[in-house]
Structure formats: C-alpha cells, structure tokens
Design a protein around this ligand. Sequence first.
Ligand code: UDP
Length: 256
Amino acid sequence: MRVLVTGGAGFLGSHLCDLLLDRGDSVVCLDDLSSGRVSNIEHLGSSPRFSFVEACVLDPIDVPGPFDGVVHLASPASPPDYLSKPIFTLRTGSEGTRNALEFAQRESARFILASTSEVYGDPLIHPQPEHYWGNVNPAGPRSVYDEAKRYAEALTTGYRTSCGVDTGIVRIFNTFGPRMRPDDGRVVSSFIDQALRCAPLTVFGDGSQTRSLCYVDDLVRGIAAMLDSSEPGPINLGNPVELTVHEIAELVRDLV
Ligand code: UDP
C-alpha cells in the first residue's frame, strides 16, 4: 500500500510509519512539526519508501498520488498541548479533518480517523463500549479537544454516507512508549520523568481515577488492522486492563 500519515512525526504517527514501512508499504508522512519532532522520523530518512512533507492540515493537502490509504492522526493530543492552543485544536479537528477527507476522496483511498476516548467525555459508564454516546460538556475544560474529535467523527461519517469514502474510525485510549515527550504532561511520561529525577510523583486528586494504558506497538497494530479492513467503526483501541493512577505511580516508582 501507499499510505499518507498525517501527524506522522508525532508519538503515535512515527510508530505507525515504522510498522507500515517494516511490512513493505510506502509512506508519506505529513506533519507541521507543531508537536511532532523530526527526531521521531530521522531514522526513516534512508528508506526509499519513506518521504516527509512539512505541511499543515489546515491547508489543502497537495501531495502527488496515488494513495491507497490515509491515516489522519494530525492534532494536538496531550492536554497541555491542546489547552494551550484551543482554536488551533478545533480547527485541526474540523478544517484539518475535512482536508484529509477531501484528499482521501480524491485518491479513492481508505481513510482512518484517529478519534479518542475523550469523545466519551466524563463517562457515566465504565468501561465505555462503542455504543455509549458519552457525557460531554461542550463548554467544559477539555471541550476544545473532545468536541473537535466528536465533530471529526461526524464529518467522517458524513463523507462515508454521502461521498462514498471508505472510512474507519478508531477511538484511541491512553498510550505509552518510546518517543513520548518527557514534558508531554501525560501521566506515564510525567511519572517516569519525575521518578528519574528523584522528584515526588504528582498524583492529581486522590489517585483513585482509572486509566487503561496501551503499549504503542500494540496500538499501532490496531490502527494498521483497521486500515486493512473495511470496518467503519468506531472501534475502541486500547488495553482493557484498568489501573488507578495511584497504581500507575507505584508501578513507575518500583520499576525506576
Ligand atoms: N495525572 C496525574 N499526574 C500527572 C499527570 C496526570 O495524576 O502528572 C492523572 C490525571 O489527572 C488523569 C490521569 O492521570 O486522571 C491521566 O491523565 P493524562 O493527562 O495522562 O491522560 P487523560 O486524562 O487524557 O486520560
């Protein structure tokens, strides 16, 4: 396959580029480097099947085809990132997703939207099955991200039903692994960074809130499986085992 990965220089995107290239696909990575890093994809530069285009998905995508697949990961994803750029986050989820869908339609390519567990908002059901519609406050503290992704899901569904684009939606849960930024602000990278510095681990609240943490290699295998299928989704992608934040802190402390 020849696949366009938007956000391919980010944490998840760069691991997806690795997997696709390892199995023989050709990959064009499109990234504006707003939160992605060249160092995440530097090791791929020697592959003749890999190329990098520095561009923002807010602009129409202008990359020569043909393409078989588009995986749309481009978006700020960690809470400090999206909270510091609220309008950019909303525009990326709406205008950026539209540009990626238009590109997939033009190329007759399968389109995979990276959605998020945040579409469930502050869920009233644990764990959340795909048919649960969520409990989201449109003016809440995280709404710029939650609602951008919910709109992106609706837009993707619209392109499927009215424009004939072969789409699939994955809802990504907490993921960890190499290439997370130490200052990313998420729980695993923050705790490891703090533990390595012998600093106290900052457990927010009473630490009883739970998260399921998926290793990045497993997560990107899920995205690739969705790319290879004709399943529309949405499909939850993550580790079904939940840990409390307190347990995560103890695990990181003991391992470090
Ligand atoms: N968290 C924490 N200390 C930190 C960072 C996060 O206790 O330094 C908590 C946070 O309050 C949340 C959980 O860990 O309950 C996961 O947070 P993260 O930002 O990693 O992901 P998300 O909330 O988007 O699932």
